[in-house]
Ligand binder design. Structure first.
Ligand code: SAM
Length: 491
């Protein structure tokens, strides 16, 4: 018999040698033999039909359908869909305090209020958000007379929430108002010194004219002998201008250099306009909204440790949106704020931060080690099995997914313990897809919640997620499962 190597067959069939090796490994090519590390394929064998893909897509579709059976899933077109518009955060970014920083991953305070009014009764309730981000849950809860507790692992986001969720005196507001104006003028003094953080791209972050002016403002804020509350507000206004006046912008999973001259800030005057606008907004929101009283306890720690801070059966409602299993690394996306805001001083700090954040991303994950335990009757087990042999853009994806769902199960368990009986736990979450396999996070979490003791009251689909064209083709049949939903669980 004449045999051919994977390279030779690759040219003949027009698919990669790696794909051919996978087909051999999975017994899809009759007569293939492995000699050492090399596969040899009989020369008469024809390219197998891509039957595996269509067959499994069919099976996967059935699996998703089965996973959804028995749940009250509300699709956007259905009459019962009520959370559809409040989830949209963009309107919120012009609202009082929400506009202090454009936290793009946030949800709206209207959604929070709606969930509380749908599921809770009484005043002065205790509302918990284990993934506080920019503090929307507590703003929503406090605005209707409830108290709030939040966990946030990222020190920049934690700082942002602390600033937004504080009661300021009129004296503090006035001191803030006069100090920012003085500092802007003083920073035009060319004799002042400043230093850049130890981030590798630090000296490329700003245009040459912008850098000294903008950095001196931060230096002057740090030096000023003023109350910490006022100092923090000045720092927040400055951090909120950072991305706008920088030569980078947040894009996808990280930072990208700006290309358009139109959106690039290159002068002191333009920088000053951005800063003044931020400071005016902050000042005006404090002096004009004095009726809003904040009652927030914010904990800069991983919510996986929440049981060390919260008593069992003490919380009335839990509302949150965790990081999604989409490889988005919050420490990477907020890199500029973390380094320039002195929250991170060395790469080792960043590493620690990454490992204590939820494993929704690949940074710091080793391909081989995971302490995640997945039971064989967990649909996640089948989905991960399905990933084997699929082409993935990173080999660590299965480990990341195993860790992510393991940690989310822990969060749901701890949330259950913290909640009072009849309390609601509402989770806003998006599903993801890798190698043509959809990971229906909403349905997987619903199953975990049910096993823990929750009643799954409803899963409301808010919107469908647009994936890369390659993923779209592979998941077309099951596209209804590529979505962002709100999972409402009752203890
Ligand atoms: C989707 S955002 C939350 C946005 C928030 N709902 C809002 O409206 O601003 C998820 C947040 O979880 C934080 N996070 C990630 N891992 C965490 C952990 N283990 N404990 C607490 N917070 C975590 C991230 O830093 C991020 O701010």
């Amino acid at each position: 018999m004449v045999y051919e190597s994977t390279d030779e067959v690759s040219k003949k069939w027009g698919i990669s040698p790696r794909r051919i090796a996978t087909l051999c490994q999975n017994n899809r090519i009759n007569g293939a033999r492995k000699i050492g590390k090399t596969w040899l394929i009989p020369n008469y064998i024809e390219k197998p039909l891509d039957g595996r893909k269509s067959k499994n897509n069919m099976n996967l579709h059935d699996l998703y359908k089965k996973m959804e059976e028995g749940y009250n899933v509300i699709y956007p077109s259905q009459d019962g869909a009520t959370y559809t518009s409040p989830l949209n955060y963009s309107d919120d970014l012009s609202k009082t305090r929400q506009r202090w920083y454009r936290y793009k991953e946030g949800y709206s305070i209207e959604l929070v209020k709606k969930i509380i009014s749908d599921y809770c009764e009484g005043d002065n309730l205790q509302i918990l958000d284990p993934f506080l981000g920019s503090g929307s849950t507590i703003i929503g809860a406090n605005s209707i007379g409830h108290r709030g507790i939040g966990f946030e692992v990222n020190p920049f986001s934690n700082f942002l929430s602390e600033c937004k969720l504080k009661n300021y005196t009129i004296e503090e507001a006035e001191l803030f108002n006069s100090t920012y104006k003085e500092i802007i003028e003083e920073s035009k003094d060319s004799s002042l010194d400043y230093s850049l953080p130890d981030l590798s791209i630090s000296n490329k972050v700003f245009d040459i004219e912008v850098e000294p002016f903008f950095m001196k403002i931060n230096f002057l804020i740090k030096e000023r002998n003023i109350p910490q509350n006022v100092k923090n507000l000045l720092k927040l206004g400055w951090l909120s201008a950072l991305e706008i006046v920088s030569l980078y912008r947040k894009a996808g999973n990280g930072l990208k250099k700006r290309k358009s001259p139109k959106s690039t800030v290159t002068t002191i005057l333009e920088t000053e306009v951005v800063l003044r606008k931020n400071y005016e907004d902050i000042y005006s929101d404090i002096v004009n909204n004095t009726e809003l009283k904040f009652d927030a306890k914010i904990i800069n720690d991983s919510s996986l440790n929440m049981s060390s801070y919260i008593n069992d059966n003490s919380i009335d409602a839990i509302i949150f949106s965790p990081p999604y299993a989409n490889c988005f690394d919050y420490t990477e996306i907020y890199k500029l704020e973390l380094w320039f805001g002195d929250f991170v001083k060395a790469y080792s700090d960043l590493k620690v931060l990454r490992s204590s954040s939820l494993h929704s991303h690949l940074n710091g994950i080793s391909q081989l080690t995971t302490n995640a335990i997945i039971e064989k009757n967990d649909p996640l087990f089948l989905l991960l099995e399905e990933l084997k042999g699929r082409e993935l853009w990173d080999k660590k994806i299965p480990v990341m997914l195993a860790l992510y769902f393991f940690e989310m199960k822990e969060i749901i368990k701890k949330s259950y313990d913290a909640l009072k009986t009849n309390g609601v736990c509402a989770i806003v979450v998006g599903n993801s897809a890798y190698g043509g396999v959809i990971f229906p996070t909403d349905l997987l979490l619903a199953k975990y919640a049910e096993n823990i003791g929750f009643k799954v009251d409803r899963i409301e689909v808010d919107r469908y997620i647009i994936t890369s064209s390659q993923q779209y083709e592979k998941t077309k049949k099951s596209k209804q499962y590529l979505r962002e939903s709100i999972l409402c669980l009752v203890k």
